[in-house]
Design a protein around this ligand. Structure first.
Ligand code: SF4
Length: 651
């Protein structure tokens, strides 16, 4: 058989209804057209999942994916991914996570595992070099949280004490109580508390009664030209070591935990459920209590995902809380349970982080839902049902109590643990509060009103998984050389390489559309590769050279961008086929800036006037209809998406 370079050339189907396993060979051209990761998943799920079914339908599919660079000599390559229909939004759903599970997928000899059907009892999937089994999980389901489950299964199948950094140790992903209860804001956990959190995909595991997947094999990934891959990696590592880029140096020192103050000051962190102002409501002294040193002083060890030489994470011991080897809280949770709720209590955030990780809740969604609850309480919406409740901004104990109640599914927590959209629908029929979600997905801790680039807000409204900050890549030019940037933007005069771009002021409509297209579609290349977004820290990221030398292909950045466009268009078309009116998806007024802030870093944001124009520019650049966002017949033909064309144009 011809050697496969970079990919394994097959996927595994698991049917939980019938308890069967089946291999499917994937032709080489599919990898060249879709890469792996979300790309391969989008094609397989689009073609195999019937349109319009509920996520609870036994025909629904959840896929667990590696990337085309996973387990190669490229660095930052250890992301594993989930994809399926989002229980939270009803749109395409995906989620992405670091840790040590990515390589374990490819080591089973598959690029991805696609699970369908439903088990009658709780189970877990176990794969090693000799067996593929569906095993009972009655001792885990309802008894063990995600971290306990991981340790138990890893030790059970490795027959030695847990150590996830060891290569020859069974690797596990699992759900906690949130996923078991099919919470719409639940994720899937690995490495004792790292979550593929977004899109509510833990509920897909839950509805299938799938507690965990445990992988324990050691197959090889072949690389076409290792030497060139290593050379490119060495250069990047050298660039990062010598980098003076402030984000890079902060990340080396304290990961994203070191960005809290800066993010508040620059208007990146939303304040007080997006209604507050940094200086007035959450001044620098407060932000400093949950920034950098205040958090890293508890760190006992640096944390590295598989395939990463950078190691931006940390594990901490917090004696006051009895926490040992807990993951260091990162920016999203520090901002979500900090500025968004006006809390400056680092201990509370450590405690919440650990609880949510073990239960398998999406911390962004929980923080956003709780911050809405504080606003709703202020406006008297809980008076009737919970007359004794008191939710005063900045009260960290009240936040902890709500987190506990969400996990225990009781009191107000029972109304919050499916996310902010459902909570607001139950308590706020008159719409006097602002639930901060886009099409059901809670917004992350990055304020779309922050001046400078429209990428974030346009992404919140146009991406197949709405409301995500990791589905566009504003630093896309770091993966292209200068010539490529000029070609994409069709303007040789702009010297924008590695510079912050003020899209709305400097660019023509055509350039703006191209820039938004490149921001969007480059992220599909990243996710097809299994690359970490933190590789983009101001230095050239040799993703084109890596993929070419790993696979033996010879493609340009522009050709990879076309692959990204193809992947994006399939994920987007999945939503259209589901009956979603994609062009109508909007951020809440606060995120669009319709209620103009008069103070603070986001006062009178120039972004506010640009959303609709920029969206039109983006649609045109994607080859989608400017009013309906439907891909044109010509676009689908050009991208070779006949299987989508048949659905969208019913011939
Ligand atoms: S940069 Fe951080 S999150 Fe990204 S792969 Fe490395 S350790 Fe993991």
């Amino acid at each position: 058989m011809k050697t496969k370079y970079g990919y394994m050339g097959k996927i595994l189907w698991v049917d939980l209804t019938n308890g069967t396993f089946r291999d499917e060979e994937i032709p080489d051209n599919v990898y060249e057209e879709f890469l792996s990761g979300y790309g391969l998943a989008s094609k397989v799920i689009y073609e195999n999942q019937p349109a319009g079914i509920d996520y609870k339908d036994e025909r629904s599919i959840i896929s667990v994916m590696s990337g085309i660079l996973t387990n190669t000599e490229a660095t930052f390559n250890g992301r594993w991914m989930l994809a399926g229909k989002s229980p939270l939004t009803g749109c395409w759903g995906d989620a992405n996570c670091g840790g040590n599970f990515g390589p374990a997928i490819k080591q089973t000899g598959y690029d991805g595992i696609f699970i369908t059907g439903k088990s009658e009892k709780p189970v877990y999937i176990y794969i090693d070099d000799e067996t593929q089994q569906i095993l009972p999980a009655d001792d885990l389901w309802g008894h063990k949280d995600a971290v306990e489950t991981e340790i138990i299964l890893s030790e059970r199948h490795s027959k030695k004490p847990y150590n996830n950094n060891e290569k020859n140790m069974a690797k596990v992903i699992s759900i906690g109580s949130a996923g078991e209860n099919c919470s719409l804001i639940s994720g899937v956990v690995n490495d004792k508390g790292r979550l593929a959190a977004r899109s509510g995909l833990g509920a897909l595991f839950g509805t299938k009664q799938l507690k965990a997947i445990c992988l324990n094999d050691n197959q090889t990934v072949y690389v076409y030209n290792s030497e060139e891959v290593i050379n490119a990696t060495r250069k990047l590592v050298n660039d990062l070591q010598n980098s003076t880029d402030s984000f890079c140096t902060t990340m080396k020192w304290s990961g994203t935990a070191g960005t809290t103050v800066d993010s508040v000051n620059t208007g990146d962190s939303p304040i007080k459920n997006w209604a507050g102002v940094a200086e007035d409501d959450f001044p620098q002294e407060k932000a400093a209590k949950i920034n950098g040193y205040s958090i890293t002083k508890y760190q006992t060890e640096e944390y590295y995902c598989a395939g990463c030489v950078f190691g931006c994470g940390g594990t901490c011991t917090v004696k006051q809380l009895g926490l040992k080897d807990t993951h260091r809280p990162e920016y999203e949770i520090l901002a979500g349970f900090g500025a968004l709720l006006l809390c400056d209590d680092a201990m509370a955030i450590f405690e919440i982080n650990e609880k949510l990780n073990r239960a398998g809740f999406d911390a962004i969604s929980v923080a956003t839902t709780i911050s809405w609850a504080f606003e709703a309480w202020e406006k008297g919406l809980f008076k009737e049902k919970f007359p004794d409740l008191k939710l005063v901004w900045g009260d960290s104990q009240a936040v902890i109590n709500l987190v506990d109640d969400m996990i225990a599914n009781k009191n107000l927590g029972a109304y919050l643990n499916n996310g902010v959209k459902q909570a607001a629908e139950q308590f706020d029929k008159d719409g006097i509060t602002s639930p901060m979600h886009v099409f059901g997905q809670e917004l992350p801790m990055h304020d779309s009103r922050k001046d400078g680039s429209l990428t974030l807000g346009i992404g919140y409204e146009t991406e197949p998984t709405p409301g995500r900050h990791t589905s566009t890549n504003a630093q896309w030019e770091q993966m292209a050389d200068t010539h490529d940037v000029d070609v994409v933007l069709n303007n040789n005069k702009l010297n924008i390489k590695f510079q912050k771009r003020y899209v709305h002021t400097d660019m023509s409509h055509e350039q703006q559309g191209q820039d938004l297209m490149a921001s969007s579609c480059s992220e599909d290349i990243i996710n097809g590769s299994g690359l970490c977004n933190f590789s983009f820290m101001g230095s050239y990221v040799p993703i084109v050279s890596w993929i070419n030398n790993v696979t033996g292909w010879d493609k340009s950045f522009k050709e990879y961008l076309e692959i990204g466009k193809r992947i994006k268009t399939v994920r987007h078309s999945f939503n259209i086929r589901e009956g979603v009116d994609v062009a109508s998806i909007r951020m809440p007024d606060r995120a669009r800036g319709n209620n103009i802030l008069k103070d603070g870093p986001n006062a009178y944001s120039a972004n506010v006037l640009k959303w609709d124009d920029a969206k039109a520019d983006y649609y045109i650049s994607m080859g989608w209809d400017v009013d309906t966002a439907k891909p044109s017949a010509e676009t689908l033909k050009t991208l070779g998406l006949d299987f989508v064309y048949k659905d969208l144009y019913k011939e």
